[in-house]
Design a protein around this ligand. Structure first.
Ligand code: F6P
Length: 361
């Protein structure tokens, strides 16, 4: 009989609930007990956020977006924002998490997260907690796995949005500049842009030259195509420039810097240089929502079942990863060490170029 605790951390991604269901049912099948720590590590800091997960708790959730456990990207126990009379103070609550993990008699922690959350999970592994990671992120930028769950749904959402923007762009003879997520890696921009026949795709891996972008728009004009679709990843930068960010006060006294605003800048520049009517749109968190695609559901369920198999084998400090046709275990350390960027010689990049899509270079 084993007792495991699971959590979801960082930005949500479609498929989280499918992983949770697979983890819970696979564990119950073995006669084990599963607990969920709400909002990342909250349940291991404050017991009221620790919930027992039985068969009923995971009934009918495979197709649901979000996470029944809640999530946070501000819940790093190694640097936890604690409210003080004068504002906020960062405190290290990691030993509390380790103590509570042991006090509850847990045999394993399964952390479902992206690079940030899995880096935290790895630190707990180094502190002696038997950890297994499950790779989640719509950005698909985790190393050592062919894909992360959530990515396919995000690309599908972005592709559908681009298809819709196509008709309005053509009707008004406008250039639509569409910002999609992708902090350091342009996987969503590239895959949705190629699939939706965008004219220009700008990704963080290829700093762009706005003149090249405008050349493409003007070439289209010459060929009687008076509209254009430009897809830009939120982390794309102009040659020699920096990422576009905005700063906002999320709580009294606490400022946060968010990535975003590049589409608006690109639209303004295209308008200035070509004189074309331009509009920008930010797809934002729409890409993180909704029901997971069949692919994401299946891969999420497979990841969850595989993670429980690893607990059974007592293989810890690893992340489940897709290595077709199977799911394998890769060292957690390696998975979080390096961001998986779009390889510039990848087949999709070559395909984009051969289709005449401008990549800004
Ligand atoms: O999941 C990663 C991500 O989607 C990034 O592409 C994006 O910058 C970030 O999340 C935004 O997250 P939030 O608004 O929740 O902080």
């Amino acid at each position: 009989m084993k007792k495991i605790v699971i959590n979801t951390g960082g930005g949500d991604a479609p498929g989280l609930n499918a992983v949770i269901r697979a983890l819970v049912l696979s564990a119950i099948q073995r006669g084990w007990e599963v607990y969920g720590s709400r909002f990342g590590y909250m349940g291991l800091i404050d017991y009221s956020n620790l919930i027992h997960l039985d068969r009923n708790a995971v009934r009918g959730i495979t197709h649901l977006g979000g996470t029944i456990l809640g999530t946070t990207n501000k819940g790093d126990p190694f640097s936890y924002p604690v409210k003080t009379s004068g504002g906020f103070q960062m405190e290290d609550l990691s030993s509390k998490v380790v103590d509570n993990f042991n006090k509850f008699g847990f045999d394993a922690l399964i952390a479902i997260g992206g690079d940030g959350s899995l880096r935290i999970a790895h630190k707990f592994y180094e502190l002696g907690i038997p950890v297994i990671g499950v790779p989640k992120t719509i950005d698909n930028d985790l190393s050592n796995t062919v894909i992360t769950f959530g990515f396919d749904t995000a690309v599908t959402t972005a592709t559908e949005a681009l298809d819709k923007l196509h008709s309005t762009a053509e009707a008004h003879e406008r250039v639509m500049v569409v910002e999609v997520m992708g902090r350091y890696a342009g996987w969503i921009a590239l895959n949705s842009g190629v699939s939706a026949t965008a004219d220009v795709i700008l990704i963080p891996e290829i700093p762009f030259d706005i003149e090249k972008v405008c050349q493409k728009i003007m070439d289209r004009e010459l060929h009687g195509r008076h509209f254009g679709i430009v897809v830009v990843a939120e982390g794309a930068t102009p040659k020699g420039g920096t990422m576009s960010t905005t700063s906002e006060e999320v709580e009294v006294g606490r400022q946060e810097v968010h990535l975003g605003g590049i589409a608006e800048k690109v639209a303004q520049q295209i308008h200035q240089i070509t004189g074309k009517d331009c509009r920008s749109i930010v797809l934002g968190h729409l890409q993180r929502g909704g029901s997971p695609t069949t692919w994401d559901r299946l891969i999420a369920l497979r990841f969850g079942a595989a993670a429980v198999r690893l607990v059974e084998q007592e293989t810890f400090g690893v992340m489940v990863a897709l290595a077709p046709p199977t799911i394998k275990a890769v060292p957690l350390k390696e998975a979080v060490e390096r961001t998986k960027l779009v390889p510039l010689d990848s087949d999709t990049v070559l395909t984009a170029r051969e289709l005449g899509i401008c990549l800004g270079d």
